[in-house]
Design a protein around this ligand. Structure first.
Ligand code: HAM
Length: 437
């Protein structure tokens, strides 16, 4: 008989996996609400053109794409950003500003599989539209940090690396590079951490070499790790654009410091982000030990809404992936164990007692209690064992004697004490127990 397995890189969620996933989504959702973000969703299947030349070469090469039965070129979404730009762009004039939206959704990329990377994964996306200044970055970086702290992670577990593509472009322009060359250099920087000097190969091929003086300057700019070094380097170059940009940096870092979040953020011009649409500040979150792939990434993308047919609308956003994040929670012992204990387990005698019990079982469930009982008639001993194993706090016992007397026995499974109440009062007694009355 043929056996079917999941496709490589795809995941199944057994109940214990699903409970972990739910835990993560629940806290992300709660956190987004406290920051005033509204939730949205959109189709999983999109026109292929939405991603072509917008997301960047890397994502384009990883698309799950095909021609549908109507002859349309379509792709499973590899990310949310182009989609959310279309949604916001279509209603931009009617939406109250700033537009603060979030989503939790599944994405698909045909990637080489490795630890923390799959071909389908979830992301929490948060984006702000309509805010041109660093106020949007302040709000989003604070939200990103809180989305990780909500699980008990601290500055010892993760940090956010902050960089700026705008600044890079201004800097490279000041060094005399044109735009195609600047883009080539940013492509090299994106790969520099992984490949070292080999990262410049593509650039050298495309432009026939690299000026050693330019390369040296690029490498020293890349190594900047503090605002003071940044300030010093930029003051040597001068210029209005660089000065204004520095003011934005100070505003952003000053606000994060005022929020008590400075310890989570590090200046790191080595981050430039692989996606094509980023225009300004960019940031990525990593585990402190540097053992895992990126936890989250984002930045400003002021041109994308317009590029996709909407009005000119500044935008900033980020996404946290669920896979690396779950690995980090597990490493730190912060993933809760799978518990699906009922509140109440019913121990039931014969068919008459079962009919009597059904009334209360249904009433208790309607009152919001989690109630379980054996599907089939079983000896009392087996039922008590099942009650203990279920993790329930209370057992309700419906035996022949109780039925005759019109009562139910309530056993506290932790203290091993028992009381008897008239059946009409069973729901009230359970409620009192769980409210601590
Ligand atoms: P990204 O850096 O491509 O950005 O993805 C963000 C996060 O999603 C990554 O840091 C990682 O945790 C997770 N992720 C990405 N690819 C995979 C994969 N194959 N397997 C598991 N996890 C993965 C974006 O997607 C941007 N659209 C984020 C954004 C939102 N920018 C602005 N708004």
């Amino acid at each position: 008989m043929a056996t079917f397995q999941t496709l490589p890189g795809f995941r199944e969620f057994y109940p214990e996996d699903f409970s972990r996933r739910n835990h993560i989504f629940r806290l992300w959702r709660q956190t987004a609400a406290t920051y005033g973000f509204a939730e949205y969703d959109a189709p999983v299947l999109e026109p292929l053109d939405l991603y072509k030349a917008k997301s960047g070469d890397e994502i384009e090469a990883q698309l799950f794409s095909f021609t549908d039965k109507g002859g349309r070129e379509v792709a499973l979404r590899p990310e949310m950003t182009p989609t959310v730009c279309r949604l916001v762009g279509a209603r931009a004039s009617a939406l109250k500003r700033p537009i603060k939206w979030f989503s939790i959704a599944e994405f698909y990329r045909y990637e080489r599989m490795q630890k923390g990377r799959g071909r389908c994964f979830f992301q929490f996306n948060a984006d702000i539209f309509g805010e041109p200044g660093p106020e949007a970055e302040i709000e989003l970086i604070a939200l990103l940090i809180q989305c990780l702290r909500a699980f008990g992670l601290s500055e010892d577990d993760f940090y956010v690396r902050l960089s700026d593509r705008n600044l890079w472009f201004y800097y490279l322009e000041a060094l005399g590079l044109d735009e195609p060359r600047s883009r080539g250099i940013l492509g090299a920087i994106d790969k520099f951490e992984k490949l070292g000097d080999d990262a410049f190969k593509d650039y050298i091929e495309e432009f026939g070499g690299i000026d050693p003086a330019v390369k040296a300057k690029v490498l020293s700019f890349l190594a900047i790790k503090s605002l003071s070094t940044l300030e010093q380097t930029l003051s040597e170059l001068g210029g209005d654009k660089l000065g204004a940009r520095l003011a934005d940096w100070k505003k952003l870092l000053g606000a994060l410091e005022a929020m008590g979040l400075a310890r989570f953020v590090e200046v790191d011009l080595g981050v430039v982000r692989g996606l094509a649409y980023y225009t300004g500040f960019v940031f990525e979150a990593f585990d402190r030990k540097g053992e895992l792939r990126a936890l989250a990434g984002g930045g400003r993308y002021d041109n994308l809404v317009e590029k996709l047919g909407g009005p000119a609308l500044p935008a900033v956003g980020f996404a946290i992936g669920d896979m690396t994040f779950a690995l980090l929670l597990e490493q730190r012992g912060l993933m809760p164990a799978f518990v699906q204990a009922p509140d109440v387990y019913c121990v039931i005698g014969g068919p008459q007692e079962r009919l009597a019990a059904f009334g209360e079982i249904n009433a208790l469930r309607a009152a919001g209690f989690r109630v379980d009982y054996p599907m089939k008639e079983l000896a009392f001993g087996k039922q008590f064992k099942a009650a203990a194993e279920s993790g329930a706090k209370l057992a309700l016992i419906y035996g022949g004697d109780e039925l005759v007397k019109g009562v139910v026995k309530i056993r506290d499974l932790t203290l091993r004490t028992e009381t008897e109440v008239p059946r009409a009062q069973a729901v009230a007694a359970v409620r009192d127990f769980f409210s601590g009355a």
